[in-house]
Design a protein around this ligand. Structure first.
Ligand SMILES: [Zn+2]
Length: 360
């Protein structure tokens, strides 16, 4: 069965489909390992099984799901896949191919005459050390692919909530190192299981990232069980964007709206993960009514069977398949993706680097 967003897209008349396809869009919240196109993942899985011999049970199970054809109407199937995806993309060659396929998926035309899903993207990934590469090598390989897309793509370095402060320190210092070498790293992300980790332990490190002019986007209040203290701690890091922000408490809503911190909205992700009951109950509408900045994003296209055009179709399609917004409002929403990207800071940093090299 097609994803919810694809159903919304399929319900549109041809002129509205072409409106959405040609609308300039920016993707600011997409995780590398959750967005690998299925055909690429299957090919990499076959390559890995040929060379690596016996697979761990979790990987074997996920490979069986892959071979049988993915059915991710159950979110647990998606979570089961992640250890396998990490295993499959554990070599420099595999992560390079996966990154390239994800960038193609978003930034290249799907067929002749059809515009790409978006004209700019900020891809995010957590640097992983594997038996085949260090975190530094991982980032270097991913950046090698991002850089080939010129100004169309940038990278955000993700910090997983489960990491130790030492690992977080390593990831942030790598992000600073590569950014200072002129690589297109534009920010830091906080992600991972929303109920794991003690965010107070990251406070000084997040301050350090901000001091190094790496803006922060943070997954926040994703679960009903996230505490007000957890949310307040993350907001104390002065994030420049927020991911999901589904269960903000009253104090947090006040702060976020007063400071107009843009919210990355991932409709299919929230619906499939069942953190939001229905499209009509989604917090997107109440933020828009406040005149608050929002950005429409996909999160994990592989798991949620979606793409950026289809996510916009959820705005345009008539209820119950979509929210029934007018084209003019959707055009205005799409512009916010460009206004709130971290890309502009990249230009400033490049200029700073050029001057620094001249002084030296
Ligand atoms: Zn996310």
């Amino acid at each position: 069965m097609a994803g919810l967003a694809t159903q919304a897209f399929d319900s549109l008349p041809p002129h509205q489909k072409s409106f959405l396809r040609s609308l300039p869009k920016a993707e600011l919240h997409a995780h590398l390992n959750g967005c690998i196109p299925l055909d690429c993942l299957i090919k990499l899985a076959l390559d890995a099984s040929k060379s690596d011999g016996p697979q761990p049970p979790l990987v074997r199970e996920a490979l069986q799901i892959l071979k049988a054809g993915l059915n991710l109407n159950r979110i647990e199937d998606g979570f089961k896949l992640f250890p396998a995806i990490y295993h499959i993309t554990s070599t420099p060659k595999a992560i390079a191919l996966a990154t390239s396929a994800v960038l193609d998926f978003f930034l290249e035309p799907t067929s002749p005459g059809v515009p790409p899903q978006c004209v700019y993207m900020e891809l995010r990934t957590t640097p992983r050390s594997t038996p085949h590469m260090s975190r530094k090598e991982y980032l270097s390989v991913v950046l090698g692919e991002v850089v080939k897309r010129g100004g169309k793509a940038s990278l955000i370095v993700s910090i997983d909530r489960r990491m130790s402060p030492q690992d977080v320190a390593e990831c942030i210092s790598l992000a600073i190192h590569f950014r200072n070498s002129g690589q297109p790293i534009v920010g830091i992300d906080l992600c991972g299981n929303p109920l794991s980790g003690n965010m107070k332990a990251f406070h000084t490190l997040m301050d350090a990232a901000r001091d190094a002019q790496l803006p922060l986007t943070a997954h926040i209040a994703e679960s009903e069980r996230n505490t007000a203290q957890d949310t307040a701690e993350i907001l104390s890091w002065s994030p420049r964007r927020l991911g999901h922000a589904t269960f903000l408490d009253a104090d947090a809503v006040l702060k976020v709206s007063r400071e107009k911190i843009p919210i990355e909205i991932c409709l299919s992700s929230n619906l499939v993960s069942k953190t939001v009951e229905s499209l009509s109950a989604h917090h997107l509408r109440s933020w828009l009514e406040l005149g608050h900045p929002v950005i429409i994003c996909t999160d994990d296209t592989l798991l949620f069977k979606t793409n950026l055009v289809a996510e916009y179709a959820l705005l345009l399609a008539r209820p119950p398949l979509g929210l029934g917004f007018e084209e003019e409002e959707i055009r205005r929403i799409a512009q916010m993706g460009f206004r709130y990207r971290f890309h502009e800071s990249r230009k400033t940093w490049n200029a700073v680097q050029k001057i620094a090299r001249f002084k030296n």
